[in-house]
Design a protein around this ligand. Structure first.
Ligand SMILES: NC(=O)c1ccc[n+]([C@@H]2O[C@H](COP(=O)([O-])OP(=O)(O)OC[C@H]3O[C@@H](n4cnc5c(N)ncnc54)[C@H](OP(=O)(O)O)[C@@H]3O)[C@@H](O)[C@H]2O)c1
Length: 280
């Protein structure tokens, strides 16, 4: 990974933090997107220690806000002449339906729209750096979920796990459509389920839900193990030409029928473009 530039979201905690540190040790220069200055500076210090020969950078912003998603994309594109890997990983679970300043449901905004908007913002840099990769952290929580085109953001029919599962289904469909649209451009897109991992995930989701997730974490794997597939997809020569796939434990896995629906993937792209005010 010497000489490679990797942009990563959600690296101030959990699997993103472990992955960023491992990739830095492998020689990559990490460019972090974070919202919390204290945690951001801590990880930056770790990265400098992990590999003193490359200087990481950090861009602060809240990925639940459309204006910030766009600003971060533009800011990184202006600062970085090349982006070899983009890792969309920041994600969250919320115990109640919250609307953002854009009137987007918060889970949908962070877990799906931020992936979509940041990827578009870095499109030119990724294409110019080909061969390049996009890695999207999805989840097995997509299982049993289908998108409702009349309530794409699950606002009318909100339940925490439904909104979360649907947002992770969006990650897989987005990856498929991205792979299809950018095929032949030298940029691959893959996604993954990291396993059930003991991170800070769910801690801020509200009282009862945080408690349920906390109890369930007894059965979870460590962030070190959870980061393995993320690091593999970002760095391994084995997957240099693989695109549009869903991985678990560093192997291709088959997501649900709903997650393999190419018509739904194309429609999600159109709907997301409309929401983001972008050309489809
Ligand atoms: N843990 C699991 O069992 C599991 C299973 C399947 C999939 N996943 C997925 O794995 C990914 C990483 O989660 P994790 O388990 O490592 O959880 P985590 O420890 O809670 O880390 C989440 C990361 O996302 C960042 N983030 C959240 N909201 C943000 C916002 N509005 N703006 C900017 N950054 C934001 C957090 O920043 P702060 O440090 O500022 O909070 C943190 O760095 C997520 O996409 C999650 O859906 C996790």
């Amino acid at each position: 990974m010497q000489g490679k530039v990797i942009v990563i979201t959600g690296a101030t905690s959990g699997i993103g933090q472990v992955a960023a540190r491992r990739l830095a040790v492998m020689g990559a220069r990490m460019v972090l997107v974070a919202r919390d200055k204290t945690r951001g500076e801590e990880v930056m210090a770790q990265l400098r220690q992990d590999n003193p020969s490359v200087s990481p950078s950090i861009h602060y912003g809240d990925l639940s806000r459309h204006s910030e998603m766009k600003r971060l994309g533009a800011e990184i594109a202006a600062a970085e002449p090349r982006v070899d890997v983009l890792i969309n990983n920041a994600g969250a679970l919320f115990g109640s339906c919250q609307l953002t300043e854009d009137n987007w449901e918060r889970t949908f905004a962070i877990n799906h729209m931020a992936y979509f908007v940041l990827t578009q913002g870095l499109r030119e840099r990724l294409l110019a750096s080909a061969p390049a990769r996009i890695v999207n952290t999805a989840s097995a929580a997509h299982k049993g979920r289908r998108l409702d085109w009349d309530d794409l953001q699950s606002i009318r029919s909100f339940s925490p796990l439904k909104a979360y599962g649907r947002s992770k289904l969006c990650n897989i469909l987005f990856t498929r459509e991205l792979a299809r649209r950018w095929a032949g451009e030298g940029v691959t897109a893959n996604c993954l389920h990291p396993g059930f991992v003991a991170t800070r995930f769910g801690d801020g989701s509200g009282r009862w839900l945080s408690r349920v997730v906390d109890v369930a974490k007894v059965f979870a794997i460590s962030p070190e193990r959870g980061a393995e597939t993320l690091v593999y997809l970002a760095s391994s020569a084995d997957v240099a030409s693989v695109s549009g796939e869903y991985f678990y434990q560093c192997r291709p896995a088959t997501p649900t029928t709903e997650a393999r629906d190419d018509a739904a993937a194309a429609r999600l792209w159109m709907e997301s473009s409309k929401l983001a005010g972008m050309e489809a």
